[in-house]
Design a protein around this ligand. Structure first.
Ligand code: UDX
Length: 429
C-alpha cells in the first residue's frame, strides 16, 4: 500500500520504517529540512536500536523515501498518518497547532479519496477537529475519512513493540477506513480493537495514565517499605504474580520520565477538566512522581552529610536505558539540585551525553563508569543501563574517595556491596 507518515520523530520514523519493512511504499515527511537531508543520507535524528539498519535497508530496496513536501507525499499516498508532536503548553494542555496545520495542508493537497489517521497521542475529540478542518479546506467532491490508530511503542524497543504489539487499536467511522487499516495491519499478528474515533483516542491516554499510575503506586509502596524495613523487590514480586495486577511496571525507582508519561498525564488531566471531570487520581500520580525525585535527592544528601564540594558520580542521563532521549529525565532535576548545593558532578551515559551537554555544559563528562568513580564521594545510579549492572566493585572501592552507592533503580545486591565495604542506599529496601 502507499502510505505517507507526516512527522519524523520517534513515532513517525518507526511507523514509516516498519510499514516499509512490511512491504508498503512509504514516504516519511518532516518540515525540518536538515532532518530530512540527514535521513536521506541514512543518519538518524536519535538513537533507537535497529532503526538505522531498518531505514537504510528499506531505502535501498525502494520502499522508504523522505520528503519535506506534504503536497507531493499526499498526492502519492492513499493512507496519511499524522505523527507530528503534540508538545505541552504551559497549562499542561497538548498544543495541537501542528496537527491543525498538517490537516490543512493535507486537505489542500488531496485530489481523490484519502484516509487520514491520527498516530500521535492526542486528546479525545481531536478527530472531530481534524475532520472539520479538512472539510473546510479540501476541494469539493473529494472524499476522505479520519481514523485514530494510536501507537503504544516504547523507546529503546520501538521496533519490536511496533511489530509485535499487544493490540492494535483502530478507531473508525466508516467501513472503507476500517478495511484499509485492516489490510495495512494484516501482516501483524495481534488482537484488533475496533472502535469509534473518540474511544480510540481515549484508549491511548488511559493506557499511559494507567501505566504511570502503576509506577507511582509502587513508588508510594517503596516509601512505606523504607519506613518499616520491608523490601520493595519482594513486595513487587508478590503483587505482580497476581495475574490481575501483572508483573510489569512495578519497578520502584526515581519516578517516570520521558516525553510521554509526564506530558500525556498533564494533557489528560487538562482534557478531563475541560470535559468537566476533576481527575484527582492522576493529579496524585503526578505528585507522587515529583516527590520521588525530591526524596531521592534528600537520600543523597543524607548519605553524604554536606553536599558542598563533594564529588558526585552520576551513572546514566537518559530517562531510561537504550535511548539517548533526555526529555523529562530525572537526571536533570537531580544534577541541577546537586549543582545548586555546590557539588562537583562527574557523569557518564552510553548514549545521551551529547544531548545532555547542550543542556548542562559545566559538569565533567567521562568516558566510562570507572572514570566517573575515580575520586568520587559517591556513585548515583540514575538509569538502569545493562552495562552498569556488572561493574568491577573491587576496583571501584579502591578508586573512589568514599565507598557509597546510591542506587535509584535497585540494580545491585545490597548484601554483596556491603560485604565489599560499601554503604548502599537503594529505593524501598
Ligand atoms: C511509554 C509507554 O510505555 C508507551 O506505551 C507509549 O507509547 C509511550 O510512553 P516510554 O516513554 O518509551 O513508553 O518508556 P517506558 O518504558 O514506558 O518508561 C517510562 C518511564 O517509566 C521511564 O522513565 C522508566 O524508567 C519508568 N519506569 C518504567 C519505572 O520507573 N518503573 C517501571 O516499572 C517501568
Amino acid at each position: 500500500m502507499k502510505i505517507t507518515v507526516i512527522g519524523s520523530g520517534y513515532v513517525g520514523l518507526v511507523t514509516g520504517a516498519c510499514f516499509g519493512h512490511l512491504g508498503n511504499q512509504v514516504i516519511c515527511v518532516d518540515n525540518d529540512l536538515k532532518k530530512i537531508a540527514k535521513l536521506k543520507k541514512g543518519t538518524m535524528p536519535f538513537y533507537e536500536p535497529g532503526l538505522e539498519e531498518m531505514v537504510k535497508l528499506n531505502m535501498k530496496e525502494g520502499r522508504l523515501k523522505f520528503s519535506a513536501s506534504i503536497p507531493e507525499a499526499v498526492r502519492e499516498s492513499e493512507c496519511i498518518f499524522i505523527a507530528v508532536s503534540t508538545p505541552p503548553k504551559e497549562n499542561g494542555e497538548a498544543d495541537l497547532t501542528a496537527i491543525e496545520n498538517v490537516a490543512i495542508q493535507i486537505a489542500k493537497s488531496m485530489n481523490s479519496y484519502r484516509l487520514i489517521i491520527e498516530k500521535s497521542t492526542v486528546p479525545v475529540k481531536t478527530g472531530i477537529w481534524v475532520e472539520h478542518t479538512i472539510k473546510i479546506h479540501k476541494r469539493k467532491n473529494c472524499l476522505f475519512d479520519v481514523a485514530s490508530n494510536p501507537e503504544f511503542l516504547r523507546e529503546g524497543q520501538a521496533i519490536s513493540d511496533f511489530l509485535n504489539p499487544d493490540r492494535i487499536v483502530i478507531g473508525v467511522e466508516s467501513k472503507r477506513a476500517l478495511n484499509l487499516l485492516k489490510r495495512l495491519y494484516a501482516p501483524i499478528r495481534a488482537p484488533i480493537v475496533v472502535t469509534d474515533i473518540k474511544s480510540a483516542e481515549l484508549i491511548k491516554h488511559a493506557s499511559n495514565s494507567y501505566l504511570a499510575m502503576k509506577i507511582s503506586f509502587i513508588n508510594a509502596i517503596s516509601r512505606i517499605c523504607e519506613l518499616t524495613g520491608a523490601d520493595i523487590s519482594k513486595v513487587a514480586e508478590g503483587l505482580g504474580l497476581d495475574k490481575r495486577i501483572g508483573k510489569q511496571f512495578l519497578q520502584a525507582g526515581i519516578g517516570y520520565g520521558g516525553f510521554c508519561f509526564p506530558k500525556d498525564l498533564d494533557a489528560f488531566i487538562a482534557i478531563a477538566n475541560q470535559c468537566g471531570y476533576d481527575f484527582r487520581l492522576l493529579k496524585e500520580v503526578r505528585n507522587i512522581n515529583q516527590d520521588q525525585v525530591t526524596f531521592f535527592i534528600k537520600k543523597i544528601e543524607q548519605a553524604l552529610w554536606n553536599i558542598k564540594d563533594k564529588t558526585i558520580g552520576i551513572l546514566g542521563l537518559s530517562f531510561k536505558p537504550e535511548t539517548d532521549d533526555i526529555r523529562f529525565t530525572p537526571a536533570l532535576t537531580i544534577i541541577k539540585s546537586l549543582l545548586e548545593e555546590g557539588a562537583k558532578i562527574k557523569a557518564f551515559d552510553p548514549k545521551a551525553m551529547d544531548k545532555f551537554k547542550l543542556l548542562v555544559p559545566d559538569i565533567t563528562y567521562c568516558r566510562n563508569p570507572n572514570e566517573v568513580a575515580k575520586g568520587a564521594d559517591c556513585l548515583v545510579i540514575v538509569t538502569d543501563w545493562l552495562e552498569f549492572k556488572s561493574l568491577d566493585f573491587v576496583k571501584l572501592k579502591h578508586i573512589m574517595k568514599q565507598s557509597v552507592i546510591i542506587d535509584g533503580r535497585n540494580i545491585y545486591d545490597r548484601q554483596a556491596l556491603e560485604s565489599l565495604g560499601f554503604r548502599y542506599f537503594g529505593v524501598g529496601r
